[in-house]
Design a protein around this ligand. Structure first.
Ligand SMILES: [Mg+2]
Length: 377
């Protein structure tokens, strides 16, 4: 089996309502999907996180031609080839996101070739579903944040979520008020996390964390700079809330200092950014040495979402326990037509859990008409 063609699809979907987080606002969502075809008719899909035109150009001009003619089932050899040929120019960011997309597509083909769901190729799972947490609570433009947060909290509970993540970063006092407001709406039984998207200095993050210690938070995500291990360690040593981070990091080499120094409690590689399924498994293996939970970041299209689910499904809890309440997967609930409208049958969401697909590969089928509808001009 040989790779016979690789297409980089750059997609862009305008939003009905722009929204913001602590760093900037969105007027549209975008994604770069790769479609890898083989000489015997198989098709695999992958996705890159980050600026779609950049990752699309990397696949089209540089990495894709390296993969043509290779056997897509040789995932390790293919990954090493792509990484070795690009490491001199890019060890993180868009280069690794482009490698991620190709790696995911190769794994999709490898699983489809034997008719198995991807998670079974990665180690399998005794469970048939994973509990989701809702990612939402972005800052709207059309109404006060307070009103939107209360409404969203009620909606997530009604939809079956038992865990949800709140965006913070509007300033310590405002964040405290908003988080307490959401806690008041959902009650004590729902798990709440907060995510600052690295908006704070250690001093500010410590102040916020201390003021929220009675809010019973499951984790505080990206409190400080995503490139400053020491800042994480400072915050971690001074508040009683577990820390989460890693969505901006790439490869086992990038994650090494974070894991070795135990800079966070929840490690969040993004499978579409960290180097793909192959590299995600190595990062998870490193994390298993340190007592740090892995829970993938996922903020992409239906392809990225499926890749995160299969990867996570096949990661056993570390350490093993009869009370499985630490395995939670991110379910982005913000507006994104590329997540909700580009595959034939989205992954089933039942009672707050995602059901693991039973069909081959990623378990989702891309709609050709959706590719045309959202193709970036
Ligand atoms: Mg985050």
């Amino acid at each position: 089996m040989q790779v016979s063609s690789i297409t980089a699809h750059v997609l862009r979907a305008p939003l009905e309502e722009p929204f913001a987080f602590s760093q900037f606002s969105y007027t549209h969502r975008e994604a770069m999907l790769v479609e890898v075809r083989t000489d015997d008719g198989l098709v695999g899909w992958g996705e890159a996180y980050g600026p779609a035109r950049l990752t699309g150009t990397i696949v089209h001009e540089f990495l894709g031609p390296l993969l043509l003619g290779q056997d897509p089932r040789d995932v390790e050899a293919n990954w090493e080839l792509l990484y070795a040929r690009s490491v001199d120019y890019g060890q993180k960011g868009v280069m690794l996101a482009a490698i991620s997309a190709l790696d995911i597509a190769c794994w999709d083909i490898k699983s489809r070739a034997v008719g198995q769901p991807l998670y079974r190729m990665l180690g399998g799972s005794h469970a048939d579903s994973i509990q989701c947490y809702a990612t939402g609570f972005y800052f709207p433009q059309s109404e006060p944040v307070e009103r939107r947060f209360e409404r969203e909290a009620r909606r997530f509970v009604a939809d079956g979520f038992r865990a949800m993540k709140i965006k913070v970063g509007l300033g310590v006092e405002r964040d405290v008020e908003l988080v307490q407001r959401v806690r008041g709406v959902v009650g004590p039984a729902v798990k709440l996390m907060i995510d600052a998207n690295h908006a704070y200095t250690p001093t500010e993050a410590i102040a916020l964390g201390r003021k929220l210690e009675d809010a019973d938070l499951w984790w505080f995500e990206e409190p400080v700079s995503c490139i400053d291990v020491d800042a994480y360690l400072e915050v971690k040593s001074r508040i009683n809330i577990p820390l989460a981070g890693g969505e901006c990091e790439s490869t086992r080499f990038g994650f090494k200092p974070w894991l070795q120094r135990r800079a966070f409690d929840y490690c969040q590689p993004d499978i579409c950014a960290c180097g793909g399924v192959s590299e995600g498994m190595k990062i998870a293996a490193l994390a298993s040495l340190t007592g740090i939970h892995v829970t993938p970041h996922a903020w992409g299209s239906a392809i990225g979402q499926a890749a995160a689910l299969h990867f996570y499904a096949a990661r056993p809890r570390q350490p093993f326990t009869l009370t499985p309440d630490r395995k939670l997967i991110e379910c982005d609930c913000s507006e994104n037509p590329l997540r909700t409208s580009i595959v034939r049958e989205p992954i089933a969401f039942v009672d707050g859990d995602w059901k693991l697909p039973t069909t081959a590969g990623l378990g989702v089928e891309v709609l050709p008409e959706a590719l045309e509808q959202y193709r970036a001009g």
